[in-house]
Design a protein around this ligand. Sequence first.
Ligand code: ADP
Ligand code: MG
Length: 384
Amino acid sequence: MHDPAALRSMHQGRFHAQPSIFVAPGRVNLIGEHTDYAEGFVMPAAINFATLAAISPRADGKIVIFSENYGEEKTYDATALPARPSSHWSDYPMGVVSILAGEGHKVPGFSLTIWGDVPLASGLSSSAAIGVSSMLAVLSLAGASYPGPVIARLCQRAENEFVGANCGIMDQFISANGEEDHALLLDCRDLSFRLAPIPDHVALVIANTMVKHSVVGGGYKVRRAESEAACAVIASHRPGVPFLRDATLEDLEKWGSEMAPKSLLRARHVISENLRTVAACDALLRGDLRELGRLMAEAHISYSQDFEGSCVEADAMVELAQDLPGLIGARLTGGGFGGCTVNLVEQKDAPAFAAQLGRRYTKRFGMAPEIHICHASSGAHQLE
Ligand code: ADP
Ligand code: MG
């Protein structure tokens, strides 16, 4: 995969034109869950699953997009862009076109071939990979370029404003700005970031629980409202706390009794998670993998018990990994209530770790998890 020559011949065969080719990766979040909308910290890494976008100009004023993954082609008129999404995968590249047009760029007609190996809708952010790779492709045709953080913001807007997905900035940011063999600590307040090396003897093993529970009353919305209610209590005493990012554990000791019990727990997760995420970056920078593993374990407990964002399957996936050789740290990653765990594992042990974890999980739940052995990879760039 990621073979630009194969994509080039695919594009040429279909569109009879020489393309430029761009790539953007998926990602996994190592630590920092539900901190983004509190203007806090996250620490993702780009992974070696990616989406490639091949683009060439057209003279007929059409935008023709083909996804190899869906085996489907969709045509638009470059002079009459759609105002609304159509609940179709092509909304992702068309969202990018729409945002760029709104920014005053002249987007000519083009042919675009999309081909990726990021598992779709599995929590590894295939949406950011298609968005960011399309963004680089369309920008190249419009004769424009932006720094990585701006690309990330434009791609987030494409998902928020056009596609209609209410996502934060993390996915697009790491896809656009990731570095090979590095995690990226992102401050969601001002988009400043720090890169921290992941030693090459460490693998990122991503284990999909294969479940995604719908939570009665809407898990995400309710959790967010609960943590924001806690923040409002603190702000009523200390006006300099617009977001939980600005709150401290001492604030909770002082005013926690004025909060609904669930709100207090949610806030304790968010405040402590911010501290852990920054500490995790410091640990990586020092090369202290033991401390990083400990922080990941603590983060999982906090996510599961205080935030109540985990589920039986995800707790089991973390628990079943604990005594396997090579494990450095394991936790549930992503929005919660299912999805994937991320495991930092010694590279030499990773294949056996993945096989054993898979067997144990299958035995417990009667379904086989998808397990991917990944490494931290570079962010989006032009391939040829
Ligand atoms: P995730 O980002 O976790 O993979 P999302 O639901 O946010 O899940 O995004 C998945 C959607 O992105 C797919 O359903 C599809 O519409 C679009 N998409 C991602 N990759 C591709 C691709 N290679 N070809 C076409 N559409 C894609
Ligand atoms: Mg997504």
